[in-house]
Design a protein around this ligand. Structure first.
Ligand code: NDP
Length: 319
């Protein structure tokens, strides 16, 4: 049994907009939170070039700049940070003991926990993807669609996200081509119908993107689309490729401890950030598979801190 490295009233796991907003609120409530920010601190915004939809930044802001401001604001009010991943948790609280989280051999204990570990967008795993990420290959139409006004774009995927992103993009792009690997969508009927009835959307079925051009030009100009049934290839001219093949919520650490939906996202009581364990709250993308926006993550981070504060006031510290 390791000796606790530190005990905190509020321990925040994760440091995207949800975690850092929770930290700002908890710190300003004098709860002296500890944020274990992860090795990839800052979350998904750290791989987002320009953010134009975060209120308060009329000229836009880069994702890393925005997260730097969040972090500074949290630190200013006294948030402590550990830059590492939590490797193990124990939320059992036998006999009123505190919640426990380990970073390798270092044990941190807490009276309340806010989980904000986010989700990771899945990508296609093709060679041109890394160099063109943020230069036309994106996993978020709401974030990046406006950069491709009037252009032809591709959406990859056949789920609700792909349908939603394709419909959204028709509001600004010249045309949207959905590339899907099978001959039917898995999206809900209503979302499919909306996409299939949209005159600006066409579908290339049974196909996958083999390559995206043009790395040398530093932007997306076309995609090589391969028919998976007959092997035929076609080059589709486009200014952007939006990958909408799902996200993986970062919840494996909490498997068997915190309730999850069938799709792996943490379950919270509707209208709250409360998990199935009293005193453990979840905010941001780790519990949100509908909105997934920085601003909604920040909103639920705020809710989690306020709920933790009330919970601590009612229940007092762990023994
Ligand atoms: P899904 O897992 O539902 O769909 C992913 C899609 O991507 C599938 O069509 C899948 O193909 C395809 N895919 C997966 N991996 C690859 C790959 N490597 N290459 C090519 N295609 C691939 O994810 P979503 O993000 O669409 O949805 C996640 C959850 O969020 C769902 O429960 C959904 O209902 C929900 N959601 C709800 C919304 C709403 O209610 N407004 C909006 C958005 C999402 P295949 O079908 O062949 O497996």
């Amino acid at each position: 049994m390791s000796t606790p490295k530190a005990h905190h009233k509020v321990l925040i796991i994760g440091s995207g907009p949800a975690g850092l907003t929770a930290a700002i609120y908890a710190a300003r409530a004098n709860l002296k939170p500890m944020c274990i920010e992860g090795w990839s601190a800052g979350g998904q915004l750290m791989i987002t070039n320009d953010v134009e939809n975060y209120p308060g930044f009329p000229k836009g802001v880069t994702g890393p700049e925005l997260m730097k401001e969040f972090r500074e604001q949290a630190a200013r009010f006294g948030t402590a940070f550990v830059t590492a991943d939590v490797t193990k948790i124990d939320f059992t609280r036998t006999g009123g003991a505190p919640f426990k989280a380990w970073v390798e051999d270092d044990l941190y204990t807490a009276d309340s926990i806010i989980v904000t570990t986010g989700a990771t967008a899945k990508y296609l795993d093709i060679p041109s993807e890394e160099p063109l990420k943020g230069r036309g290959i994106s996993a978020c139409a709401v974030c990046d669609g406006a950069f491709f006004k009037g252009e032809d774009v591709i959406v990859v995927g056949g789920g609700d996200t792909a349908m939603e992103e394709a419909n959204y993009l028709t509001g600004m792009c010249k045309s949207v081509t959905i590339v899907h690997r099978r001959h039917e969508f898995r999206a809900s009927k209503i979302m499919q119908d909306r996409a299939l009835n949209n005159p600006k959307i066409k579908v290339i079925w049974d196909s996958a993107i083999e390559e995206v051009k043009d790395i040398a030009a530093g932007k997306v100009t076309s995609a090589i689309v391969k028919n998976l049934k007959n092997g035929d290839k076609q080059e589709v001219s486009c200014g952007a490729v939006f990958v909408a093949i799902g996200h993986t919520p970062n919840t494996s650490l909490f498997a068997g401890v915190l309730d999850r939906h069938d799709n792996g996202y943490l379950r919270t009581k509707p209208g709250t950030t409360q998990t199935n364990i009293a005193g453990v709250f979840a905010a941001g993308d780790v519990q949100d598979f509908i909105y997934r926006q920085a601003v909604t993550a920040a909103g639920t981070g705020c809710m989690a801190a306020l709920e933790a504060e009330r919970w601590l006031a009612e229940h007092g510290p762990a023994h």
